[in-house]
Write a protein that binds this ligand. Sequence first.
Ligand code: ZN
Length: 748
Amino acid sequence: MKAQILATTAAAALLAACSTTPGGEMDPLADADVESTVTIPEGTGYFATDSTLPFLAPDFTKISEDDYLPAFEQGMAIQKAEIEAIKANPAAPTFENTIVAMEKSGRMLGRVARVFFALTGSNTTDRLDEINTEISPKLTAHGDSITLDPELFARVKAVYDNRAAMTMTPEDATLLENTYESMVHAGALLTDAQRERVKAINSELSTLTTEFGQLARSAMNDNPVFFDSREDLAGLSDSDIQAAADLAAENGQPGKFAIALQNTTQQPLLPTMENRDAREKLFKASYHRADGRMDVDTRMLIAKIATLRAEKAALFGEADWASYAMWDRMAEKPKTALDFMEQMVPALAATQRAEAAMLDEAIKADGGDYEVKPWDWYRYANKIKAERYDLDEDAVMEYFQLDKVLEDGVFFMAEELYGLTFERRTDVPVYHPDVWVYTVFDRDGSELGLFYFDPFQRPSKRGGAWMSNFVDQSYLWGTKPVIYNVLNIPKAPEGETQLVSFDWVNTTFHEFGHALHGFFADQRYESLSGTATARDFVEYPSQVHEMWATWPSVLSNYAFHYETGEPIPAEMIDKIEAAAKFNQGYDFGEVVEAALLDMKWSALSPAEAAAIDTPEKVDAFERQSLEELGLEIDLVPPRYRSTYFNHIFSSPSGYSAGYYSYLWTEMLDRDSRKWFIENGGLTRANGDHYRATVLSRGGTMDYFEMFENFAGRAPDVTPMLEARGLTEGDEAADSEVSDGKLPGTAVN
Ligand SMILES: [Zn+2]
């Protein structure tokens, strides 16, 4: 449910990596000192030129599915020629004729990619999916051909090596550094032989990780757990039992019952299953789905992937994969991320033990004579939660109407904090009738950008919620941001009031936080603009904005009962917030364990990785890594075991050495909430300060510096632990986290 800001397609990576630049009307070589002999081909069709609509918004009335493939092909050909022209320029390399010229290249490609990947995410068709499959590998190869071009790199390096003698704005300096470092990171400084080895490793990693993803998916989808009798499933609803009967029949075992596995170690039906043996069977099937005890075994793939990653890191002179992979992150060094997580362990372990003791009591009270196991955990935790907090989610929903959530909640918050105002408009074409469009006006009344809101679930939309841009803010091109938020709220039947669950209310504020990060962009270059920030930073501004969903003066402006008009009772909000702290030993613990497991795999030296060369050694390494953490791993196993940890093993880099990002941005978020509360909450002064120090900075500066400019100090983990309910209770645990300072936060 948490938002994903950019599509994780190869093409989106390409957009970020080689800074294709849509918008504007400048000749790519306008600033070159000497005319080049390379001819730049002319594009044809809709995407060849900028849109003529306000803000360069895409004109969906003029785009057909047949436009995409030729536009992609032409866009790549044009960018290729633009790069050739940069290389062929007889003038000595300069910042303008090389770095800025690269930034300007690929405008048509950027235009088509932005519209195309917006639609494959939120309103796809079979044809768009086919085009995606065809074009994605070509886009990857196209990006590599630029990043790994030795002649181009020679020009970039010449400019970079001369940087001390140049006068540049800080943003220019960041662009130069990013351009140089991303090429170095791809292998530009390696010898030919090393670069060949890197290419071979990349290709092998691509194959192995694809295979891992397919096997992990098969371990989940093709491995239903069979039960002989209806009694095994006692406690499930009639419709769940019917679904289980149907699934067994589909799998050639009519008369039996089958439950399909879900993604994470825990399984959503476990809490309602009364039969303990059946619970154990379902849980163990999930836990062992891909470790060779059943049909699927991903362990040797993991061993090979870890070995290749360690070898690749060594080619770049790095000690391990994490050191290589984290070069552009806020945390930057593996030790910073590890220390950050390990300091939570004592309090977390104590909480896990306290929760287990509480569950043991509940089991006893229920007549059970056993100690809690992972397959019992949520059954009893949910019972206690229901008794203690007495929360009826349907009753909560009656206070949240979608249009009020957006216009009187989210927009009201943006006006109070930042002085923004909004005007609904219907003259801008949309890609689906359920998309709402608004002009956003800045604090001085000028136009800031265009906002598309696409709230409803539909079969043509992928799951989750996200934000992206149709047009990026850029002074180079004179463009203002055109931004969309996509959600998956179940649409109410025609004629009924559109109500929204509290989770979706939160998500609506979250996604608009990303949108604000895009709207307040204040950059010359698109590749540094707005949300173009590190993986362990980008979720931070959006998470902070969730705090305003329950801020009293915001709530009292938008949360009214849809029938009676009564404001939401404060008691209901208190319960929601209190319930959010419950069961964190498990909920939070399983995420911390997965994040630490990721770092352990990413911290292997080539020799250590190569020594893990049998399936048994993969098991042993996982076991040992988890035991070292000091958490209650047999009661609270990691959210994903290595054998089905798609985030880190199903793509060449993905979230490997990066799963900690979810926790890291939460630390920044919670610490920032504390700052807002201590400084008077929802005020224009606070909003303007946050905008000036964080939301307007894009990826132009060091993230620690950004945070310090905002908060006046380094980030502190304590507010996050408090929010997770992990600082109360156990004395010993408390003392170990009491100062709460993040290690290694010296600004670098
Ligand atoms: Zn997000």
